[in-house]
Structures are given as C-alpha cells and as structure tokens.
Design a protein around this ligand. Structure first.
Ligand code: OXD
Ligand code: MN
Length: 593
C-alpha cells in the first residue's frame, strides 16, 4: 500500500531508509482494525506472537523477547549532539556523525526478507496543541501492534501532517538482535531516533521513552514547556469537583499502582473517587489561566506484570482481561497467563518466560527460586480499558495540575510527606530525590541512588540545563503547582514498613489537596512544611501508638549527612548546575543548624 500522503520530504526519507535497510516490501499502516487483525494473523503464523485463549482473554496475544533483550539498555542508549556538553554529564554521548556512521553499518540490509512498516503516530491527542507527530519505520509486527496501543496511530496522522508538517523521524530494526550491535540513538538536533538490534519495548516503541521523554524534553526546553516522567491523577471530591496532581517516582516505587489507586473504605464512603489520566509521562504547558496544564502523550500503558494483583492494582487487573499484549510473562498450559504476584494460584505446569517447562518451587543451581515471569515482564493495554480512566484523558487541552509529587524509596530520613516552601525549593527537592538500593538491584544494599525528577535516564540534554529550565519555567507560571515529597517506604527499627501504602496513600493526597485549598495549616520544619498528625485522616488504619510521629519525624543529624551526599552529587553534575540549587543546599544546612 502506498500510504496516502503528499509530504514529499517524508516520502523521500522513507525511500532513503528503505534503500539502506533493504526490506522486501514497504507497507504504510492505516491504523484500521482490519489491518491489526491481518498483522496479528501473520505474526501468529510466523511464531512472533502466540495466541491466548480467546474466550478467557479475548483479543490477547503473547510474545517472548530474546533472552538478552528484556529491559532498557541504558549503557547502549546515547544522545548524539554536535557538542558533548549539550548531552553531558549523565547521558552517554556520541557525536551526530559518529552515531549515524556506526549505526548505518548495523542497519545496512538489516530488513532483507522482511517488510518495513511505516507507522504514522501522534503522541498526545491528535490535533491538540500538545501533540507531537512521528513516523516509526520498523521491521517488527510486534512493534506495530504495540504502537497501535501506546500511541494514536494511522492515516489520520498523515492527514494532519499534510504536505510539510513536522515529525520525528524514527527508525527501528530488530536486525539480528545482536547485543554487541544494539544502539538506541537520539539525534535531538535532527528530531530523529535510531534504534537497532533490540525488540524490547522501552528500546523500540520509539514514541515512548525516546520521543515522549528524551526528544520531547529537548523540544520542551526549546519551546517553553516540560516533558516529565510523571503519572497524572484526578481526585474527585465528595462535592463533585476534581483536582489533578502529577507525580514522579523512580522505578519500583508503585507509580502505576498510584495512578490507579483505589480509595480506602473510609474515604470511599466520604465520597472520594480517583481517576487516571496517565501512568508514566506528562507533557505540561502554561494555560491561559496561568496554571500548568498536563496531557498524557500516551494512549496505552506498558506496565510491569509481576506484583500486579487484585490487592495492589485491581483496576489494572480488570484492564488486562482483553486486547492486551503480554510480553515475557508465564504461559499456562490452558493458554492463559500468570506472573509472580498474580491472584490465581501458581500453575502446576506451565512454560516460563524463556519457553522452558516451569513448576512452582523450582530452584536454580544456586538454590534460588526460578521465577516463571521475567521480573520486567509487561502488558501493553489501551488506557481506555482501565476502569478508572478519566473522562479527560483525550482532552486536547489537558488537565490543570494543583500539585507535583516526588518520591523515592527511603527506609530512613524522608518523612511520609513534606511540602516545599516555593518553586525554587521544590526544584531542589526534586533534583535531589533518591532511592535506596533494594535487594532486587545489584550493588550495596541501602546505598543511595539519586534520580532527579525520576528523569536521569530520560533527560535528552545536559542535566544542569534541565534544572535551569525548571527554574525558568517556575518564573513564567503565574500560578504554579505546589511541590511535595512523599516516602511510602519508611521502615521501623525491625525493618518493617511503617505505612500501609497502596490505597491508603490517598490519605496523604487528601492532606496535600487540603493544603492547596487552604483548609489546614502546616508545621514548619527545616526541610519543608509538614502535616500536623491531627490533619491526616488516619481513621480505620489502626496504626500502633507513636507510628505516625515516627513517620513525620526529622532527624537533623541524618539530614545534615544527606546534605553532604547532595553536595557530592552536585559536584558530579558539572558547571552548568544552577547556582540557585547550591543556594538551596546552603539554606537547608543553615535551617538544620
Ligand atoms: C518504564 C520505565 O518502563 O520507567 O516506564 O522504565
Ligand atoms: Mn517509566
């Protein structure tokens, strides 16, 4: 099929890429259901996909990636700019020239015997002032079908681009899935992304991390808006009003669960409801009313399966009953799926994510339990299937944000919640956020890893310039969101979590919104404003005596030590670190004395 477009530069670029990659055919996707059915049938026939039980899981399919291709490969991900300092100091860097030259060799002839699919897509509601358009060329049907869920895709994008509209040029080839030749390259100066030798979502669904965060953060700085690694959540009050918050957490902090939180009984009966606008990425612009407005650029969720169950995320469990692509989970003999943390009992006989027979209790040669699903196994599901999806999810203007919430996983130090004094202080709080390593990660347990704004793998330019952009945006937003820090993971002397988390986190969000509404006054502390215990609704929680005081306690010595850690971290960020952040550090030290 030719693809109905008169966009001459687009056609020329597709032709040039096809020449390099050498596919047997080029197919322009129209985004229709018929097309998706046809491609699915082809992928089922070739073994790229496996059919699941269509009575129990209608519209669902199963996919396995290569064994060495199960997660984003940050060490193989580069920002390619003419000057190194424009990408430094956190990103891997290559010059534009070197990036293209090396990858061209890997792409040459890589699609021989395959079809090159041309996937026109929009991040953000089509036609919205927030929307950014892209064309992804790929030799993977799995990628086409995932992009169809994760973005708005098809002929309508070509229509809106017309003869000369701007778009991000995205090129992907599985090639040989050779890890030594795997590269995820971003060329922000050319508005282009090249990804080769991977088939894992985060590396190959180029609209997601590559475009909607790395390239978009670059465009946002240039054009005066923000691309952030944030969920967007609406909280409906008993009186029917809805306020929106956006929140950023590093991985393994329950971001998707927070985005779909179920209010605890007491708050449900008060009349609170929660609505999901987005679970991973927010694009934010200053609205005519002087507030910051957010859209979710994605149309689907690419969520981590293990740990998802009716207790942790009942909304997601309902969402993935149909039209879902499961990747690297456990495949049961009855052609349904399972993973660690699923509510169903473990299957007595199944294939694990690598395709090998699996049974409960299996141990590896070192005596360690063998999981049936890869720890980073995923489901790809349209966000509209989430029962608590917001009616505003397609609103081209987005939703107004009342608060930003940042958090990490800290066994000590950080209290349950605190409020920054102003935007500049909030930028400092977000820029210094951190998590302690858990047993699930390599390295020394308890060691603190800084992950500014949960964006360290996703800022498409210099980190100091990114902080500068935050500070500059703050000056331009007449009525900015207030900035909070939360910690759901504080532990007692015995290493037990003190806060129940999950739905009960709404109790903290309620305090935040009460603060925004001026209904409660805070206790002022050196690190920020904190709730008075009596202003948190703890009814029905049965917290042991003294626990809430511990959750809200601040140890000045620990905080002074934290300041030393921050100072060392700032030293690694180079000379573009804004002086304002050093001032904030100095003021914090002063307040702690
Ligand atoms: C994700 C991530 O997949 O942050 O969302 O890695
Ligand atoms: Mn993410």
């Amino acid at each position: 099929m030719a693809g109905s477009t008169e966009h001459a530069t687009m056609r020329a670029w597709v032709g040039e890429m096809a020449e390099m990659c050498g596919p047997d055919a080029v197919y322009w996707c129209d985004g229709s259901i018929q097309e998706a059915e046809k491609l699915t049938a082809e992928a089922l026939a070739s073994g790229e996909l496996i059919q699941l039980d269509q009575k129990i899981l209608p519209g669902c399919v199963y996919h396995r990636t290569a064994l060495n291709d199960v997660a984003r490969t940050e060490n193989l991900t580069f920002i390619c700019t003419d000057r190194k300092e424009d990408a430094a100091p956190i990103n891997n860097w290559k010059s534009r020239q070197d990036g293209y030259a090396e990858a061209r060799e890997f792409f040459k002839g890589s699609m021989k015997g395959r079809t090159m699919y041309v996937v026109p897509f929009s991040m953000g509601p089509v036609g919205s002032p927030f929307a950014k358009y892209g064309i992804e060329l790929t030799d993977s049907i799995y990628v086409v079908l995932n992009m169809r869920i994760m973005a708005h895709m098809g002929q309508k994008i070509l229509d809106i681009l017309g003869k000369d509209g701007d778009f991000t040029k995205c090129l992907h080839s599985k090639a040989q899935l050779d890890i030594d030749k795997r590269r995820i390259l971003h060329f922000p100066e050319d508005n282009a992304i090249w990804s080769v030798n991977s088939g894992y979502g985060g590396n190959v669904l180029l609209g997601k991390k590559c475009l909607a965060l790395r390239i978009a953060s670059w465009l946002g700085r240039k054009e005066g808006w923000m691309a952030e690694h944030m969920l967007i959540l609406g909280i409906e009050y008993p009186d029917g009003r809805t306020e929106y918050v956006a929140a950023a957490f590093p991985s393994a902090c329950g971001k998707t669960n927070l985005a779909m939180l179920v209010p605890p009984e007491g708050m449900k009966s008060k009349g609170y409801k929660v609505w999901t606008v987005g679970d991973d990425i927010a694009w934010l612009r200053i609205g005519k009313d002087g507030r910051l407005w957010a859209v979710n650029p994605e149309a689907g969720c690419f969520g981590v399966a293990p740990g998802t169950g009716l207790k942790t995320n009942p909304n997601m469990m309902k969402a993935v009953r149909q039209n879902t692509i499961f990747t690297n989970v456990c495949l049961k003999d009855d052609k349904t799926v399972w993973w660690e943390g699923h509510d169903d009992p473990a299957p007595t006989s199944a294939l694990d994510w690598t395709g090998k027979p699996w049974r409960p209790g299996m141990k590896d040669e070192n005596g360690k339990p063998v999981p049936s699903a890869n720890p980073n196994s995923r489901f790809t599901v349209p966000i509209k299937q989430v029962p608590c999806v917001s009616s505003e999810v397609d609103n081209p203007d987005g939703v107004p944000i009342s608060a930003f919430i940042f958090g990490g996983r800290r066994a000590r130090l950080a209290p349950l919640v605190y409020e920054s004094f102003n935007w500049q202080h909030g930028t400092y709080v977000a820029a210094t956020m951190a998590s302690e390593r858990t047993a699930a990660q390599y390295g020394k347990q308890g060691e603190v890893r800084r992950d500014p704004m949960a964006m360290s793998p996703f800022v498409g330019y210099n980190m100091g310039d990114y902080f500068r952009h935050w500070l500059e945006m703050g000056k331009k937003i007449p009525n900015p969101p207030a900035i909070y820090h939360v910690n759901w993971f504080r532990q007692d002397e015995n290493g037990k979590f003190m806060w129940p988390g999950f739905g009960d986190n709404l109790r903290v969000l309620e305090w935040i919104l009460n603060r925004r509404a001026g209904k409660v006054s805070p206790a002022k502390t050196p690190i920020g404003n904190m709730p008075k215990a009596e202003d948190l609704d703890l009814s029905g929680l049965n917290l042991a005596a003294g626990v809430i005081d511990k959750l809200l306690a601040i140890d000045k010595q620990e905080w002074l030590a934290e300041c030393d850690g921050v100072e060392n971290y700032f030293k690694t960020l180079g000379d573009r670190l804004p002086a304002e952040l050093l001032q904030e550090l100095a003021s914090l030290r002063e307040r702690l004395k």
